[in-house]
Design a protein around this ligand. Structure first.
Ligand SMILES: [Zn+2]
Length: 407
């Protein structure tokens, strides 16, 4: 299968090179894909003769970007928590709600009580909406099972969804999300269960590519997180950490020192850790929905970017602190509340998000050789797209050379 997209108003190649704002814009562009790979991109006027007779789609002046990558979601969960939304509006803190048995604990109970088939159907319905937004790759965490049986159930949901729908899923094991209630007096026993039983089985069955840990007040300690990430690393899993979200613990520097692919949240990061993170090459994943819904501080992206740390933006889709998978809205929030330019945000949701998932050699860019994953956006420019925030500006999605959504 080969085809050419012509009449592109603006195309962003999003190379890994250059700074956060270097998105490789080509005005008046065309793009050729063959067998799911980009083989040529450039000015429409320069399209080589050998591609002139290919099946062509006229983009009619639209914007073309690499398929968006949501590199941090908690896609599979039972129930919702709309009641807590009201409690938080009335002034109760996320921690106070959690201490009273709400928060993540209530989603753990709901997820344990939902069958694998029902969880699959619910996540599948979300993915059917998500692809229409231009998202072609999505990271998805476990972490609402918190037992061998139910963590594996969540990861098996992702395994089956990978076969039944076109979005590439990147499964992450987050057994260290919170200590489940039945282990609250025996935290060390739960940490051993993760290290000695869950992680070896997940690595053996290749049910997850990454291991994530949530290190914060009310979750795991720095030392517990380090034990878990060290074990995951020894088993060959990639590493991530929810770090410095609601307080500073030193988790970001610890995980970076272990070679973490990405560090999530970082709203309370201490600037003295910037150099460690930069030298480790970890991606900082910014999650503006969580700041919006928790009415917490936003990530100080400017200091990260100035330090040369690649920044990604993701939704953190989950039923508590970020109950939306609208990545384009998270992108506009990153512009408005994190002082990132639209170009910087586009790079954050393409090649930098690919780097957070250790896929920056294959996806996240439209340079020749990359997988033909792209979105056609009904906007004349990247700036206009994020500024206007239409209900859905995406009018076409190609995944691996195949059209998977067309308006
Ligand atoms: Zn998260």
């Amino acid at each position: 299968m080969s085809n050419v997209i012509r009449g592109i108003g603006q195309l962003a190649t999003c190379p890994i090179t250059g700074g956060q704002d270097h998105i490789g814009i080509i005005e008046g562009a065309a793009l050729v894909q063959q067998q799911g790979r980009v083989v040529w991109v450039g000015k429409d006027n320069d399209l080589p003769a050998e591609f002139q007779s290919l099946d062509a789609l006229d983009a009619q002046g639209a914007l073309v970007v690499p398929g968006l990558i949501d590199c941090h979601t908690h896609l599979c969960f039972g129930g919702w928590r709309g009641d807590e939304f009201e409690m938080r509006i009335q002034g109760q803190s996320y921690q106070a709600i959690a201490a009273a048995g709400g928060g993540i604990r209530s989603t753990v109970a709901a997820t344990r009580n939902t069958s694998q088939d029902d969880l699959t159907a619910k996540a599948s319905a979300a993915l059917a909406q998500i692809i229409q937004l231009g998202v072609t790759t999505l990271e998805c965490k476990s972490g609402y099972g918190l037992s061998v049986e139910h963590e594996l159930k969540q990861l098996c949901v992702y395994q089956s969804l990978q076969q039944s729908q076109p979005i590439e899923l990147v499964p992450t094991f987050l057994g260290a999300h919170i200590v489940p209630p039945e282990y609250s007096e025996q935290r060390d026993v739960y940490v051993r269960l993760i290290c000695d039983t869950m992680l070896p089985q997940i690595a053996e069955e290749k049910l997850a590519e990454f291991c994530d840990v949530y290190i914060d007040t009310g979750a795991f300690s720095l030392d517990e997180g380090k034990q878990i990430l060290s074990r995951a690393k020894a088993l060959g899993l990639g590493l991530k950490a929810h770090a410095e979200q609601l307080s500073y613990t030193g988790a970001a520097a610890m995980a970076a020192s272990l070679g973490a692919a990405s560090l999530e949240h970082l709203e309370y990061l201490d600037h003295s850790d910037l150099q460690t993170i930069q030298q480790a090459g970890s991606v900082a994943v910014s999650l503006p929905f969580a700041s919006l819904y928790l009415r917490e501080r936003y990530l100080d992206c400017r200091s990260l970017i100035e330090q040369g740390i690649p920044v990604a933006v993701a939704t953190d889709f989950n039923p508590g602190s970020a109950p939306s998978y609208q990545l384009p809205m998270a992108m506009t929030l990153a512009c408005l509340n994190q002082q990132m330019t639209p170009a910087e945000v586009l790079k954050a949701c393409t090649i930098h998000a690919a780097k957070a998932l250790q896929r920056e050699q294959r996806i996240g860019s439209l340079l020749p050789g990359f997988q033909a994953d792209l979105a056609i956006i009904n906007a004349p420019t990247v700036n206009h797209w994020m500024y206007h925030l239409q209900s859905n500006a995406c009018v076409g999605v190609m995944k691996n050379g195949n059209w998977v959504h067309q308006v």
